[in-house]
Write a protein that binds this ligand. Sequence first.
Ligand SMILES: O=C(O)c1ccccc1N[C@@H]1O[C@H](COP(=O)(O)O)[C@@H](O)[C@H]1O
Length: 214
Amino acid sequence: MQLQIKICGLKSKEMVDTAINAGADLIGFVHFAKSPRHLELDAIGELINYVGARAQSVILTVNPTDEMISQYDQLRPHYIQLHGSESVDRVNEIKEKAHARLIKALPVGDFEDLAAVGQYHPLVDWVLLDAKPPKDATRPGGNGEVFDWSILKALDPNLRFMLSGGLNVENVADAVKQVQPAAIDVSSGVERAKGEKDAEKIRRFISQATIASV
Ligand SMILES: O=C(O)c1ccccc1N[C@@H]1O[C@H](COP(=O)(O)O)[C@@H](O)[C@H]1O
């Protein structure tokens, strides 16, 4: 199956067009106030409408309340990305409430962390494997941190996942060839400054990933 590419943390129509025209399959909008990529819900709604059916739209959130889930549903994203410490029970509750499909981010730092992959994988549409945030981090993702991809060799090779964590124009081809993920996700690696996307980096990232995947 063709590699799916998600570009996350977009804040403008111009960058949405850049990502979609370059071949992005999923477009992520961050709803987390501590992030330099944070957008208010009205801005996210406008961008989701702008994406339309050209790509799959994603709202990224961290430990959302029930009220937040219903607010997201009203914006009709294709996916909600849970990037906090949501338990298996909480993911099940959200699954019952939300109309959108779910992506669950899981931090990977060592082999023990892979146990969670087996628990969450049957519940959601994608598990997204990300690096653990640094100790002093103010957010659980979007930190440009890479983890040791060789840990993933211990996963069932039939298990489909999305790889993220510090991917960028320089390392994405190696990541795609070595890890062979079904999908990849990037945020800080295609920015010129924190929270400011770079059109040329987005184009080069998608081109490098696509070439490496065939
Ligand atoms: O991007 C953010 O600011 C963010 C905030 C809170 C949770 C997750 C966030 N980003 C996601 O983290 C991964 C890895 O990002 P990076 O490529 O290493 O910068 C990715 O899924 C982002 O969407």
